[in-house]
Ligand binder design. Sequence first.
Ligand code: PMV
Length: 322
Amino acid sequence: MSGISANGKVILFGEHAAVYDRPALAAGIPESISLLSVEPTERSIHISIESWGLDADDGEDSRLGEVLRLLGRLVPGRGGCKAIFEAAIPASAGLGSSAALAVALSMTLAQVRRVRLSQEQVRNSAHRLEKVFHGTPSGLDDTVATYGGLCLFRRNGWGTEEPDSSAYEHINSCALRVPCGDLELLVGNSGIEHSTYEMVASVGRIRRENEFFVEAIFDEIEACLDDGLQALRSADCDGLGRAMLANHEALCRLGVSCSELNEMVELAVAAGARGAKLTGAGGGGGVVAHAAGREDQVLEAWRRRGYSGKRFTLFDGAYAWN
Ligand code: PMV
């Protein structure tokens, strides 16, 4: 048994705003979590991922234990499993690790229990598991983890304002796939683990205190997404970079950046990147940069300050992550 894998993701525009029904754009990182081996067990569910130092089962008193118990109830049928996964992305770094794990877990237990789940059922299961991990996930991560590609997502679907359908391919009621040419990105890791749960909760607190202020920032973020999409369509590197920087600046005012992420953005720009921004929940985790030919210089500038980085190239239907 094998062949099971799930996507991590890089959010290009719209994190946090996505939780409040604003659109977001994210690219799936294929094979971020892959199943290495699985053995059926009578009842218990046990998982391990060596590179994350993770070894857990459904009997333990932890958030992951709770996730595994819920998984056992969500997937139809009986029986447990002992599964070993391999991770190609770091955990808690803004790359959608928990959603990728939630998708891989749902597919693995379904395979062990010999039930067929549609992609939409896998996404639904992963979304329920993400709620245990994160409280109020928008659904962006679990959608991209399931479907991959470049996804334009909106939590409650598109209603009557659905963007011009000729420019997108439907994935589900909440997400559209954006056809794109080659897209060269760098993904940097500050090495500081963050808690999506806490970052999303902190934005919720600020919004309860000052809804007008936060909604105005979300308006700006939505405008960045529109500009970024337009730039992507016309292969306008400068336009894409400008939109990323504006989105980062808006996230700073929302209070979800930190000095290390700001430094990574500044280093990227000083080394010649057209733009960069934090990606994911912030408060640690990583950044995404569009370096347009200055990739080596940006990676070197990050490395000198103790940050790591990888190239992420998204082709139409393929990818490279190294
Ligand atoms: O940091 P991550 O990879 O868990 O991404 C979180 C993205 C948010 O927009 C902040 C939350 C969400 O559910 O969309």
